[in-house]
Design a protein around this ligand. Structure first.
Ligand code: FAD
Length: 270
């Protein structure tokens, strides 16, 4: 499957919206989860082929010629126009996904597979808590739109500064708290501190905590230690790891997820 860029919008200095359309998306079928993502294939500068390409054939090429897979959330799917909206974090000149999004123009093509997902706000929850950085903002925005009407929704998002903030909508009673990095590098605990400072939500909470690995792990510890969320209503996923590209991150991600899961009973109240 592949999409052709039909629109590009710079939402914030760090976030680029790319809308894909065209007949290459004829087979696209949206599922039920709010956090669905597609696996996108970004081509190296030296690629001797173009989209659409044969996925099996390019796997035989030398590493520097093969496409780089990156997971990107389905921010929206317009079933009538058959258009797919992706919001991609652009982080300087680093990263195939970020660079592609920064340079995207109408007519460019992107090959992809999917979608798949794993979280939908629990219908039986009394309130919702969604936490993350720019990489999780598309999923958080989609989750906020998918909650039952009238229930409290607290969103905590880390961005660089006020220019990184976007408008979010929800049928719930939405409260958005923006956390600013403001040029800091030592931000592992920034989201966790913001979450620890929130008023304690009443009743059953459904939570979605995705984004940078160390940051999501720190938030997870607070939520479980304080008994704010039960593990079965907490979706926590390390999307990326500061200092590692996606290839290096995927090589150690399973061990990281195992270590994080092993902490569960150490951090929970007895
Ligand atoms: C299920 C899922 C859904 C995702 N959805 C989205 C999405 O909708 N939008 C989105 O932007 N990302 C999303 N991500 C995260 C994205 O896949 C990774 O951030 C990916 O590493 C970006 O690839 P890249 O080629 O731009 O950078 P890479 O080549 O992987 O990394 C290059 C450098 O940039 C750093 N880096 C990577 N991501 C960021 C970032 N967000 N901010 C600052 N530095 C970074 C790396 O640590 C590395 O030093 C999702 C991840 C998963 C697992």
């Amino acid at each position: 499957m592949y999409g052709e860029v039909v629109a590009v919008v710079r939402l914030t200095p760090q976030l680029v919206r790319v809308v894909l359309g065209g007949p290459g998306l004829d087979e696209f079928v949206l599922g039920e989860d709010a956090d669905q993502y597609v696996n996108c294939f970004f081509l190296p500068d030296a690629a001797s082929y173009a989209v659409p390409f044969d996925g099996e054939a390019v796997r035989e090429l030398p590493r520097e010629q093969r496409p780089f897979p990156r997971r990107i959330t389905v921010r929206a799917w317009d079933g009538e126009r058959r258009e797919l909206t992706l919001d991609i974090a652009a982080h300087g000149d680093a990263g195939y996904a970020g660079r592609w999004a920064s340079r995207a123009q109408v007519g460019h093509r992107l090959q992809l597979r999917g979608p798949a997902g794993s979280y939908r706000p629990h219908a039986d929850a009394d309130s919702y808590l969604f936490v993350g950085d720019e990489s999780a903002l598309p999923a958080i925005a989609a989750c906020a739109e998918a909650v039952p009407a009238g229930r409290p929704v607290v969103v905590v998002v880390e961005v660089e500064d006020a220019a990184g903030e976007v408008e979010l909508g929800s049928p719930g009673e939405l409260e958005v708290r923006w956390v600013h990095r403001a040029g800091r590098d030592d931000v592992d605990d920034l989201l966790a501190e913001a979450v620890a400072a929130l008023p304690r939500p009443a009743g059953v909470v459904s939570a979605f905590v995705h984004g940078e690995a160390a940051e999501t792990r720190a938030v997870r510890r607070v939520l479980l230690r304080e008994g704010i969320v039960e593990p079965e209503r907490l979706s926590c996923s390390p999307y990326w790891r500061r200092g590692l590209d996606d290839e290096a991150w995927r090589a150690v991600k399973a061990a990281w997820v195992r270590d994080t899961a092993a902490e569960t009973f150490d951090v929970m109240p007895r």
